[in-house]
Structure formats: structure tokens, C-alpha cells
Design a protein around this ligand. Structure first.
Ligand code: B16
Ligand code: MG
Length: 218
């Protein structure tokens, strides 16, 4: 699958940063406070999915319904718990292999964009010291629709001036893989094939990412 890609579009949570564990801890705290069952299987469905859609998935297990104002308050509460955790992050919390992947892209003179469903992406970029490696940040605040809609990847590709067909996307979530595929990108799934079956290629984690495997010469 080696091609002359011109850009690499990185997902954030679960690809560059270990913030998925922070999301899990924050949702778990909220679910425990509400007495709602929550486990790893439900958590997997939240990956790459927007905050409000994630809340709806969690509330499927609740024995009562919540109106829109209550849901807004619950989402804000979870986001407060999440932000408390991520304020403690530093460049040391980049996932293993992530920094090497970013550096390899820069060395190969590829455009690099972030394609994240998180409204907290700018804060994570700052905490993790990612700005010097990114040409463009596409996050939920720039897109009308969140993943699995293709918008965030289309915006990321446009942001670096590259057609999605010439971009390699790297994603850890089923919703994100679908978004990137529907945008027209070639997609590397980081995780397991069973969950990320729609990806063009699967790697277990970023430590085994080798840019030269995907990029042909000039
Ligand atoms: P926030 P990504 C996604 O980020 C997360 O994977 C997902 O679990 C989260 O619900 C979503 O961001 C929204 O995050 O509440 O911070 O706006 O993987 O697309 O970088
Ligand atoms: Mg992700």
C-alpha cells in the first residue's frame, strides 16, 4: 500500500495521546455517581464519538430519561472531571511511538494535521507540546458533524491543502476509521482488526508505525 501520500492526518486520543484513559476515568466517575453501569465494552463505543453522543450511549443503561438541560449539565460535569485530569499531562504523556511518527513525517516533508473529535484538542496540543509538529488542527469546533461523519478529516486535508485521496489517516476508533474512509483517505487503524475492520492496514500501536512502509519516493 506504498503510495506518494502528501499528508498524514493524525487522530489525537488513542493515537498520539493516552487521553482515552482520562475520558474513561471521567465517564466512569459520572456513571458511578449516577448509579449507571459502565464497563470497557461500553467505553469502546465512546472512542472517537462526540461528547453528547458519548453521553447518550452511557444513558442507554440508565433507568430514567434526562431532558436536554440535564444532559448539558451532565456533559459539562464529565468535561470538568476530564479537564482536571488533562491539566496534569505533559509531553511525557504522548503515546510510545507518537513523537517518532510525527518527526518522521516532518523529515519526509509531509504536511501534518490533527483530526480530532475532541473540543479539548487545543488544550491537549498545548499540554503535550504538539504544536511544532502540526501544520493544521481540525477539531470538533471546526466541523458541523463529528466522527463518524467525514467532516473532520475533510477539513484536516483541506487545512493542509491536500486532497483526502492523497492523505494517510491514522485512527484508533471505529467511528474515526469510518470518518476517514468516507472522506476518501487511506486509513491505518491502531488497535485490533475486529474493531477497526474498515481500515486499509492495522498496526497494534504507534511503536510499530514505520512511515517508509507507506510512502514511496518522490
Ligand atoms: P471532548 P479523538 C475523541 O477524540 C475521543 O476519542 C472521544 O472519546 C471523545 O468523546 C471525543 O473526542 C470528544 O471529546 O469531550 O474532549 O470534546 O479520538 O477524535 O481525538
Ligand atoms: Mg481516537
Amino acid at each position: 500500500m506504498s503510495r506518494r501520500f502528501k499528508a498524514v492526518l493524525f487522530d489525537l486520543d488513542g493515537v498520539l495521546a493516552d487521553s482515552a484513559t482520562a475520558h474513561y476515568a471521567a465517564w466512569r466517575r459520572l456513571a458511578d455517581e449516577l448509579g449507571i453501569p459502565f464497563d470497557e465494552t461500553i467505553n469502546e463505543r465512546l472512542k472517537g464519538v462526540s461528547r453528547m453522543d458519548s453521553l447518550d450511549i452511557i444513558l442507554e443503561q440508565a433507568g430514567q430519561s434526562y431532558d436536554a438541560a440535564e444532559k448539558d449539565r451532565l456533559a459539562a460535569r464529565k468535561n470538568g472531571y476530564y479537564r482536571d485530569i488533562i491539566t496534569t499531562l505533559s509531553p511525557e504523556d504522548l503515546l510510545p511511538g507518537a513523537l517518532d511518527a510525527l518527526k518522521a513525517c516532518r523529515t519526509a516533508s509531509l504536511k501534518v494535521a490533527l483530526a480530532s473529535a475532541s473540543r479539548n484538542a487545543p488544550m491537549l496540543v498545548e499540554r503535550l507540546g504538539l504544536a511544532p509538529y502540526l501544520n493544521f488542527i481540525a477539531d470538533a469546533s471546526k466541523a458541523a458533524r463529528s466522527k463518524p461523519a467525514p467532516d473532520i478529516f475533510q477539513i484536516a486535508a483541506a487545512g493542509v491543502g491536500v486532497p483526502p485521496e492523497d492523505a494517510l489517516a491514522i485512527e484508533d476508533a471505529a467511528a474515526g476509521v469510518k470518518a476517514a474512509k468516507d472522506a476518501g483517505c487511506t486509513v491505518i487503524g491502531v488497535g485490533d482488526r475486529e474493531t477497526l475492520w474498515e481500515a486499509d492496514h492495522i498496526i497494534a500501536d504507534m511503536t510499530v508505525f514505520r512511515l517508509e512502509y507507506y510512502i514511496t519516493g518522490p
